[in-house]
Design a protein around this ligand. Structure first.
Ligand code: FAD
Length: 461
């Protein structure tokens, strides 16, 4: 019965592929279909030709062969945090790596190895057992691979750089079906492209990257009433001049909706907050944040914490959630921008609008780096809202789009792929030299554009 439905709904007979795999294949019309095609971002309605849930590298390679034989493309996906930027998938197999999980830590070499579907909290907790820290982002359940292929902006970035540039090896199934372990010595062009160029260059099955000997940080949040937003954000901005690289911080407006998922003390309330993360000696960190404390926060949670607690400092939602958002990079944050930022965000359907301080090691170039060598822009911006209904989705989209339009005069020429939830011109995601090199590599490694990323890089013609 399942097979009859499979053919009738999609015209594609997935039976032969199903017979080859340890994992599963789900086709349109099957009972598991709606669950199988879900992304972490529940507002994204993915309608691919089929969903494959591989359990091994061999499953991935078999899917590549099947897709090629049927004139289909493949979109690898870890969690679907970045799914909003994907376009129509009707000619595409959605390959979800969520069953390919596993983390190994080599404490001597200070290297972690994560399989394709691993999420950040799994690495963070495994590394912490050895007194080590990874360059993880703000969310515990973002995928390690998607985050790292797109760059990777962590709480330790100003000290230790862009996540992709700490990668030491990547295992990948290429569009030609080859299983390759790539590093600086083996297939160096592919290795370079994968480190920041996004998911268009191969299907990653495992990734290895450096860890750092950090077990504790001095970090937390200073909370202020939202009617002090402009004053606090301007003070935070002035404070970010000349900070040591050990200090990373975010200036942020939070407007919590009155819903049960939000904890009682903050439910339905709005704040301007400064999040500070200091990876040096706590006493020195306390001295550095003294000017922010002097502003008189209503709540101050900055203290020495185990490094793994950074995964929940930003209070990102865990598990699938309906959300809409977008972001970019800013050439500067000045007083005028802050006034407009506050005007656009306060009272809007935006739940969180943040300005992240960059600079330090993320702005440093190095010939060993990958496709994202450095970010020159000194600040990044990201705004999002909860979108449980189509009306709420539209309202959040409009508010975020208005905010981006308002900040357009400050927008940097090149933006950050992982903070772009809307489709962008591919050339706007990379420096001109990187973009042209990525297109040439794509033309060699995947000339028919079999492998689709949420932010595609077209092969050079
Ligand atoms: C709540 C939240 C918090 C975030 N915080 C941060 C942050 O602090 N810092 C930061 O830098 N970013 C952050 N991001 C952005 C995040 O890094 C991107 O959305 C990233 O793409 C998510 O990766 P994923 O694998 O979870 O998502 P997916 O949607 O599964 O993957 C995104 C893309 O990565 C590629 N990809 C995934 N797996 C593979 C694979 N096995 N092989 C080849 N390509 C693959 C594909 O092109 C895919 O379209 C955040 C996003 C959200 C929603």
């Amino acid at each position: 019965m399942t097979e009859i439905l499979t053919r009738r709904e999609s015209g594609l007979d997935v039976g032969p592929l199903r017979n080859l795999l340890d994992g599963d294949v789900v086709a349109p019309g099957e009972v598991e279909w709606d669950d199988a095609r879900l992304a972490w971002n529940l507002t994204v309605d993915q309608s691919p030709a089929a969903v494959v849930l591989p359990e091994s590298t061999a499953d991935v390679a078999a899917t590549v062969a099947f897709a090629k034989a049927h004139g289909l493309r493949i979109a690898p996906q870890g969690t679907g945090h970045g799914a909003a930027a994907m376009s129509d998938m009707s000619d595409t197999i959605l390959l979800k790596t969520e069953r390919m999980r596993g983390v190994t830590i080599d404490p001597e070499q200070r290297i972690a190895r994560a399989e394709a579907g691993t999420i950040w909290i799994e690495v963070v907790e495994a590394a912490a057992e050895h007194g080590l820290a990874a360059l993880a982002g703000s969310s515990p359940d973002v995928g390690v691979v998607g985050y790292t292929l797109g760059g990777g902006l962590s709480w330790l970035a100003r000290k230790h750089g862009i996540g992709a540039n700490q990668v030491t090896a990547i295992e990948v199934v290429t569009a030609s079906g080859d299983i390759v372990r790539t590093d600086w010595a083996n297939e160096p062009d592919l290795f370079w492209a994968l480190r920041g160029g996004g998911g268009a260059f191969g299907i990653v099955t495992a990734i290895e990257f450096n860890l750092f000997p950090i077990s504790q940080v001095y970090a937390g949040i200073l909370w202020f009433p939202v009617d002090r937003a402009a004053e606090v954000l301007k003070s935070w901005r002035a404070w970010t001049d000349d900070l040591p690289a050990e200090m990373t911080s975010v200036g942020r407006i939070l407007q919590f909706p009155p819903i049960p998922e939000i904890p009682e003390p903050v439910r339905g309330q709005s704040f301007v907050v400064v999040e500070t993360i200091w990876s040096g000696e706590p006493a020195e960190g306390a001295l550095w944040i003294e000017p922010l404390r002097a502003l008189g926060p209503v709540m101050d949670t900055v203290m020495t914490i185990p490094v793994e607690e950074l995964s929940r400092l930003h209070m990102d939602p865990e598990g699938p959630a309906p959300g809409a958002g977008d972001g970019g990079m800013l050439d500067d944050v000045d007083g005028h921008l802050i006034d407009l930022f506050v005007e656009q965000v306060v009272g809007s359907p935006i739940l969180s609008a943040e300005l992240r301080h960059l600079g330090g090691a993320v702005a440093r170039r190095d010939s060993r780096h990958g496709a994202i060598d450095a970010w020159e822009a000194p600040y990044a911006m990201y705004a999002l809202g909860v979108a449980p209904t189509p009306e709420a989705h539209q309202a959040v989209d409009r508010a975020v789009a208005r905010l981006r339009e308002t900040l357009a005069p400050w927008e940097a020429e090149h933006t950050y792929l992982n903070f772009a939830d809307s489709r962008r011109k591919p050339s706007s995601l990379f420096s001109s030299a990187s973009y042209h090199r990525l297109r040439r590599i794509k033309a060699i490694i995947d000339p028919t554009d079999l492998i689709r990323s949420n932010h595609p890089v077209p092969p050079a013609s």
